[in-house]
Write a protein that binds this ligand. Structure first.
Ligand code: C2E
Ligand code: CA
Ligand code: CA
Ligand code: CA
Length: 275
Protein backbone atom coordinates (compact mmCIF):
# COMPACT_ATOMS: atom_id res chain seq x y z
CA UNK A 1 0.00 0.00 0.00
CA UNK A 2 2.87 2.30 0.88
CA UNK A 3 4.58 1.50 -2.40
CA UNK A 4 1.41 2.22 -4.30
CA UNK A 5 0.95 5.52 -2.46
CA UNK A 6 4.40 6.65 -3.47
CA UNK A 7 3.81 5.73 -7.09
CA UNK A 8 0.60 7.64 -7.03
CA UNK A 9 2.39 10.62 -5.63
CA UNK A 10 5.08 10.39 -8.27
CA UNK A 11 2.44 10.07 -10.93
CA UNK A 12 0.57 13.03 -9.53
CA UNK A 13 3.69 15.12 -9.32
CA UNK A 14 4.69 14.25 -12.86
CA UNK A 15 1.27 15.20 -14.18
CA UNK A 16 1.46 18.35 -12.14
CA UNK A 17 4.84 19.21 -13.60
CA UNK A 18 3.59 18.66 -17.12
CA UNK A 19 0.58 20.77 -16.37
CA UNK A 20 2.65 23.62 -14.97
CA UNK A 21 5.08 23.35 -17.86
CA UNK A 22 2.25 23.60 -20.38
CA UNK A 23 0.79 26.59 -18.59
CA UNK A 24 4.16 28.32 -18.49
CA UNK A 25 4.66 27.61 -22.17
CA UNK A 26 1.22 28.99 -22.92
CA UNK A 27 1.89 32.11 -20.88
CA UNK A 28 5.13 32.66 -22.77
CA UNK A 29 3.39 32.06 -26.10
CA UNK A 30 0.67 34.54 -25.16
CA UNK A 31 3.26 37.25 -24.46
CA UNK A 32 4.87 36.59 -27.84
CA UNK A 33 1.43 36.63 -29.46
CA UNK A 34 0.75 40.08 -28.05
CA UNK A 35 4.14 41.42 -29.11
CA UNK A 36 4.00 39.87 -32.57
CA UNK A 37 0.33 40.67 -33.20
CA UNK A 38 -0.86 37.11 -33.64
CA UNK A 39 -4.28 37.99 -32.24
CA UNK A 40 -7.13 38.77 -34.52
CA UNK A 41 -10.69 39.91 -33.98
CA UNK A 42 -13.47 37.95 -35.66
CA UNK A 43 -16.93 39.44 -35.97
CA UNK A 44 -20.26 37.67 -35.69
CA UNK A 45 -23.34 39.60 -36.84
CA UNK A 46 -26.39 40.17 -34.68
CA UNK A 47 -29.67 40.37 -36.59
CA UNK A 48 -32.93 42.14 -35.95
CA UNK A 49 -35.47 39.35 -35.46
CA UNK A 50 -38.15 40.97 -37.64
CA UNK A 51 -36.21 42.29 -40.62
CA UNK A 52 -33.23 39.90 -40.42
CA UNK A 53 -30.89 42.81 -41.09
CA UNK A 54 -27.58 43.21 -39.31
CA UNK A 55 -27.83 45.64 -36.41
CA UNK A 56 -24.56 44.85 -34.68
CA UNK A 57 -21.57 42.56 -34.44
CA UNK A 58 -19.88 40.81 -31.53
CA UNK A 59 -16.10 40.94 -31.41
CA UNK A 60 -14.65 37.48 -30.77
CA UNK A 61 -10.98 36.95 -30.10
CA UNK A 62 -8.90 34.57 -32.23
CA UNK A 63 -5.24 33.60 -32.07
CA UNK A 64 -3.37 32.79 -35.25
CA UNK A 65 -0.84 30.52 -33.63
CA UNK A 66 2.30 30.03 -35.72
CA UNK A 67 2.23 26.25 -35.40
CA UNK A 68 -1.18 25.34 -33.94
CA UNK A 69 -3.34 27.26 -36.41
CA UNK A 70 -6.38 29.38 -35.61
CA UNK A 71 -7.26 29.04 -31.93
CA UNK A 72 -10.56 29.96 -30.23
CA UNK A 73 -10.57 31.45 -26.73
CA UNK A 74 -11.55 28.22 -24.94
CA UNK A 75 -7.96 26.95 -25.23
CA UNK A 76 -6.19 30.05 -23.93
CA UNK A 77 -8.56 32.47 -22.20
CA UNK A 78 -8.19 30.77 -18.82
CA UNK A 79 -4.40 31.17 -18.84
CA UNK A 80 -4.78 34.72 -20.11
CA UNK A 81 -7.12 35.41 -17.16
CA UNK A 82 -4.99 33.85 -14.46
CA UNK A 83 -1.79 35.55 -15.64
CA UNK A 84 -3.40 38.95 -15.99
CA UNK A 85 -2.51 39.05 -19.70
CA UNK A 86 -6.23 39.31 -20.45
CA UNK A 87 -6.00 42.97 -19.48
CA UNK A 88 -3.65 43.85 -22.34
CA UNK A 89 -5.36 41.46 -24.72
CA UNK A 90 -8.79 42.78 -23.78
CA UNK A 91 -7.76 46.39 -24.25
CA UNK A 92 -6.34 45.50 -27.64
CA UNK A 93 -9.59 43.79 -28.70
CA UNK A 94 -11.61 46.78 -27.51
CA UNK A 95 -9.54 49.28 -29.48
CA UNK A 96 -9.31 47.10 -32.57
CA UNK A 97 -13.04 46.37 -32.64
CA UNK A 98 -14.05 50.00 -32.10
CA UNK A 99 -11.69 51.22 -34.84
CA UNK A 100 -13.02 48.62 -37.25
CA UNK A 101 -16.69 49.25 -36.60
CA UNK A 102 -16.24 53.00 -36.73
CA UNK A 103 -14.82 52.52 -40.22
CA UNK A 104 -17.84 50.41 -41.22
CA UNK A 105 -20.19 53.00 -39.78
CA UNK A 106 -18.54 55.70 -41.84
CA UNK A 107 -18.46 53.82 -45.14
CA UNK A 108 -22.02 52.48 -44.80
CA UNK A 109 -23.75 55.35 -43.05
CA UNK A 110 -25.30 52.79 -40.67
CA UNK A 111 -24.89 53.02 -36.91
CA UNK A 112 -23.79 49.41 -36.47
CA UNK A 113 -23.31 48.38 -32.87
CA UNK A 114 -20.16 46.68 -31.67
CA UNK A 115 -20.37 44.27 -28.72
CA UNK A 116 -17.15 43.62 -26.82
CA UNK A 117 -16.70 40.96 -24.12
CA UNK A 118 -15.24 42.13 -20.84
CA UNK A 119 -13.57 39.54 -18.63
CA UNK A 120 -14.12 39.62 -14.88
CA UNK A 121 -10.64 41.04 -14.26
CA UNK A 122 -11.07 43.75 -16.90
CA UNK A 123 -14.34 44.65 -15.29
CA UNK A 124 -12.81 45.02 -11.83
CA UNK A 125 -9.66 46.85 -12.92
CA UNK A 126 -9.75 50.38 -11.54
CA UNK A 127 -9.03 52.18 -14.82
CA UNK A 128 -11.72 50.45 -16.89
CA UNK A 129 -13.70 53.68 -17.06
CA UNK A 130 -10.66 55.59 -18.38
CA UNK A 131 -9.93 52.83 -20.88
CA UNK A 132 -13.46 52.97 -22.27
CA UNK A 133 -13.46 56.77 -22.31
CA UNK A 134 -10.10 56.86 -24.07
CA UNK A 135 -11.19 54.26 -26.63
CA UNK A 136 -14.30 56.27 -27.47
CA UNK A 137 -12.20 59.44 -27.79
CA UNK A 138 -9.51 57.89 -29.97
CA UNK A 139 -11.90 56.02 -32.27
CA UNK A 140 -14.58 58.72 -32.41
CA UNK A 141 -17.15 55.95 -31.96
CA UNK A 142 -20.66 57.10 -30.98
CA UNK A 143 -20.89 55.77 -27.39
CA UNK A 144 -24.37 54.33 -27.84
CA UNK A 145 -22.98 52.00 -30.52
CA UNK A 146 -20.62 50.31 -28.07
CA UNK A 147 -22.13 47.49 -26.04
CA UNK A 148 -20.09 45.91 -23.25
CA UNK A 149 -20.92 42.26 -22.57
CA UNK A 150 -20.38 41.24 -18.98
CA UNK A 151 -21.36 37.96 -17.36
CA UNK A 152 -23.63 37.88 -14.32
CA UNK A 153 -20.86 36.31 -12.30
CA UNK A 154 -18.39 39.10 -13.06
CA UNK A 155 -21.01 41.74 -12.43
CA UNK A 156 -22.09 40.38 -9.07
CA UNK A 157 -18.64 39.78 -7.62
CA UNK A 158 -18.61 42.96 -5.62
CA UNK A 159 -21.82 44.89 -5.98
CA UNK A 160 -20.67 47.77 -3.78
CA UNK A 161 -18.04 48.59 -6.41
CA UNK A 162 -20.08 47.47 -9.38
CA UNK A 163 -23.10 49.70 -9.14
CA UNK A 164 -21.23 53.04 -9.24
CA UNK A 165 -19.01 51.69 -12.04
CA UNK A 166 -21.99 50.64 -14.13
CA UNK A 167 -23.58 54.05 -13.67
CA UNK A 168 -20.34 55.78 -14.65
CA UNK A 169 -20.17 53.63 -17.77
CA UNK A 170 -23.79 54.50 -18.58
CA UNK A 171 -22.92 58.16 -18.17
CA UNK A 172 -20.40 57.75 -20.99
CA UNK A 173 -23.35 56.60 -23.07
CA UNK A 174 -22.29 53.02 -23.74
CA UNK A 175 -24.70 50.07 -23.59
CA UNK A 176 -24.42 47.26 -21.08
CA UNK A 177 -25.38 43.66 -21.78
CA UNK A 178 -25.53 40.68 -19.47
CA UNK A 179 -23.84 37.77 -21.23
CA UNK A 180 -24.95 34.15 -20.76
CA UNK A 181 -28.01 35.39 -18.91
CA UNK A 182 -29.66 32.81 -16.69
CA UNK A 183 -26.61 30.63 -16.14
CA UNK A 184 -25.25 32.33 -13.00
CA UNK A 185 -26.45 31.57 -9.50
CA UNK A 186 -27.86 34.97 -8.81
CA UNK A 187 -31.13 36.39 -7.70
CA UNK A 188 -32.91 38.61 -10.18
CA UNK A 189 -33.13 41.54 -7.82
CA UNK A 190 -29.95 43.11 -9.16
CA UNK A 191 -31.76 43.83 -12.42
CA UNK A 192 -33.69 46.62 -10.73
CA UNK A 193 -30.58 48.36 -9.42
CA UNK A 194 -28.22 47.91 -12.37
CA UNK A 195 -28.48 50.14 -15.46
CA UNK A 196 -28.59 47.26 -17.95
CA UNK A 197 -29.71 47.55 -21.60
CA UNK A 198 -29.63 43.99 -22.92
CA UNK A 199 -30.03 40.39 -21.80
CA UNK A 200 -28.26 37.77 -23.90
CA UNK A 201 -30.19 34.51 -23.71
CA UNK A 202 -27.59 31.82 -23.23
CA UNK A 203 -27.03 29.21 -25.90
CA UNK A 204 -27.87 26.43 -23.43
CA UNK A 205 -31.53 27.53 -23.46
CA UNK A 206 -31.62 27.92 -27.23
CA UNK A 207 -30.06 24.56 -28.09
CA UNK A 208 -33.16 22.45 -27.40
CA UNK A 209 -35.76 25.21 -27.42
CA UNK A 210 -37.76 23.43 -30.13
CA UNK A 211 -38.09 20.09 -28.33
CA UNK A 212 -37.60 20.88 -24.65
CA UNK A 213 -40.59 22.63 -23.11
CA UNK A 214 -38.56 23.65 -20.06
CA UNK A 215 -35.93 25.45 -22.14
CA UNK A 216 -38.70 27.10 -24.08
CA UNK A 217 -40.40 28.22 -20.86
CA UNK A 218 -37.15 29.68 -19.55
CA UNK A 219 -36.48 31.58 -22.79
CA UNK A 220 -40.06 32.86 -22.74
CA UNK A 221 -39.67 34.03 -19.16
CA UNK A 222 -36.42 35.84 -19.97
CA UNK A 223 -38.04 37.63 -22.92
CA UNK A 224 -41.05 38.65 -20.82
CA UNK A 225 -38.83 39.81 -18.00
CA UNK A 226 -36.78 41.86 -20.44
CA UNK A 227 -39.93 43.34 -21.97
CA UNK A 228 -41.31 44.34 -18.60
CA UNK A 229 -37.99 45.96 -17.66
CA UNK A 230 -37.68 47.50 -21.13
CA UNK A 231 -34.50 45.66 -21.97
CA UNK A 232 -33.39 44.30 -25.33
CA UNK A 233 -32.98 40.53 -25.81
CA UNK A 234 -30.43 38.76 -28.00
CA UNK A 235 -30.60 34.99 -28.40
CA UNK A 236 -27.16 33.46 -28.90
CA UNK A 237 -26.33 30.16 -30.53
CA UNK A 238 -29.25 30.11 -32.97
CA UNK A 239 -28.38 27.24 -35.31
CA UNK A 240 -31.65 26.39 -37.07
CA UNK A 241 -34.59 28.20 -38.65
CA UNK A 242 -36.91 26.33 -36.25
CA UNK A 243 -35.09 27.78 -33.25
CA UNK A 244 -35.31 31.26 -34.78
CA UNK A 245 -39.02 30.76 -35.42
CA UNK A 246 -39.74 29.79 -31.80
CA UNK A 247 -37.67 32.71 -30.51
CA UNK A 248 -39.37 35.15 -32.87
CA UNK A 249 -42.78 33.99 -31.63
CA UNK A 250 -41.63 34.52 -28.05
CA UNK A 251 -40.76 38.11 -28.96
CA UNK A 252 -36.98 37.90 -28.79
CA UNK A 253 -35.58 41.09 -30.37
CA UNK A 254 -32.32 39.91 -31.95
CA UNK A 255 -30.60 36.74 -33.16
CA UNK A 256 -27.01 35.65 -33.25
CA UNK A 257 -25.79 32.23 -34.32
CA UNK A 258 -24.44 29.87 -36.95
CA UNK A 259 -27.83 29.69 -38.74
CA UNK A 260 -27.34 33.33 -39.72
CA UNK A 261 -23.55 33.77 -39.73
CA UNK A 262 -20.46 32.32 -38.18
CA UNK A 263 -17.86 34.62 -36.64
CA UNK A 264 -15.58 35.79 -39.46
CA UNK A 265 -12.60 38.01 -40.25
CA UNK A 266 -13.23 41.72 -40.84
CA UNK A 267 -12.68 41.63 -44.62
CA UNK A 268 -15.31 38.93 -44.94
CA UNK A 269 -17.84 40.62 -42.72
CA UNK A 270 -17.57 43.89 -44.58
CA UNK A 271 -19.10 42.13 -47.61
CA UNK A 272 -22.28 41.46 -45.61
CA UNK A 273 -22.79 45.10 -44.68
CA UNK A 274 -24.73 47.73 -46.61
CA UNK A 275 -22.64 50.21 -48.49
P1 C2E B 1 -19.50 34.14 -25.59
O1 C2E B 1 -19.27 35.56 -25.25
O2 C2E B 1 -20.70 33.47 -25.02
O3 C2E B 1 -19.49 34.09 -27.19
C1 C2E B 1 -20.30 33.27 -27.95
C2 C2E B 1 -19.57 32.03 -28.39
O4 C2E B 1 -20.48 31.18 -29.07
C3 C2E B 1 -18.45 32.30 -29.40
O5 C2E B 1 -17.43 31.33 -29.17
C4 C2E B 1 -19.14 32.03 -30.74
O6 C2E B 1 -18.24 31.67 -31.77
C5 C2E B 1 -20.01 30.88 -30.37
N1 C2E B 1 -21.18 30.77 -31.23
C6 C2E B 1 -21.82 31.74 -31.92
N2 C2E B 1 -22.89 31.24 -32.55
C7 C2E B 1 -22.95 29.94 -32.26
C8 C2E B 1 -23.85 28.87 -32.64
O7 C2E B 1 -24.82 29.03 -33.36
N3 C2E B 1 -23.57 27.63 -32.13
C9 C2E B 1 -22.51 27.40 -31.31
N4 C2E B 1 -22.31 26.15 -30.88
N5 C2E B 1 -21.65 28.38 -30.94
C10 C2E B 1 -21.87 29.63 -31.41
P2 C2E B 1 -15.89 31.74 -29.18
O8 C2E B 1 -15.64 32.78 -30.22
O9 C2E B 1 -15.11 30.47 -29.22
O10 C2E B 1 -15.72 32.42 -27.78
C11 C2E B 1 -15.91 31.69 -26.59
C12 C2E B 1 -15.92 32.56 -25.38
O11 C2E B 1 -14.66 33.21 -25.22
C13 C2E B 1 -16.92 33.72 -25.49
O12 C2E B 1 -18.22 33.24 -25.17
C14 C2E B 1 -16.36 34.68 -24.48
O13 C2E B 1 -16.74 34.31 -23.18
C15 C2E B 1 -14.86 34.45 -24.63
N6 C2E B 1 -14.30 35.53 -25.47
C16 C2E B 1 -14.28 35.64 -26.81
N7 C2E B 1 -13.67 36.80 -27.20
C17 C2E B 1 -13.31 37.42 -26.06
C18 C2E B 1 -12.65 38.67 -25.76
O14 C2E B 1 -12.28 39.46 -26.64
N8 C2E B 1 -12.45 38.97 -24.43
C19 C2E B 1 -12.89 38.13 -23.44
N9 C2E B 1 -12.65 38.50 -22.15
N10 C2E B 1 -13.51 36.98 -23.67
C20 C2E B 1 -13.72 36.62 -24.97
CA1 CA C 1 -20.34 37.41 -25.43
CA1 CA D 1 -22.60 34.63 -24.47
CA1 CA E 1 -22.49 31.47 -23.87
Amino acid sequence: AKEKGRNNYQFFSETMNNYLKLRLEMENDLRIALAEQQFEVFYQPQYDAQSITIVGVEALLRWRHPTKGLLTPDVFIEVAESTGLILSIGNWVLMQACLQVREWQKTSGCAYRIAVNLSASQFTQSYLLDTIKNTLDVTDLPPETLELEITETAMLKDTAETIPLLFSLKKLGVRLAIDDFGTGYSSLSYLKNFPIDTLKIDRSFVEEIVSNTKDCAIAQTIVQLADNLQLCTIAEGVETSEQAEVLRKLGCAEFQGFFFSHPMPAQQLRLLLDH
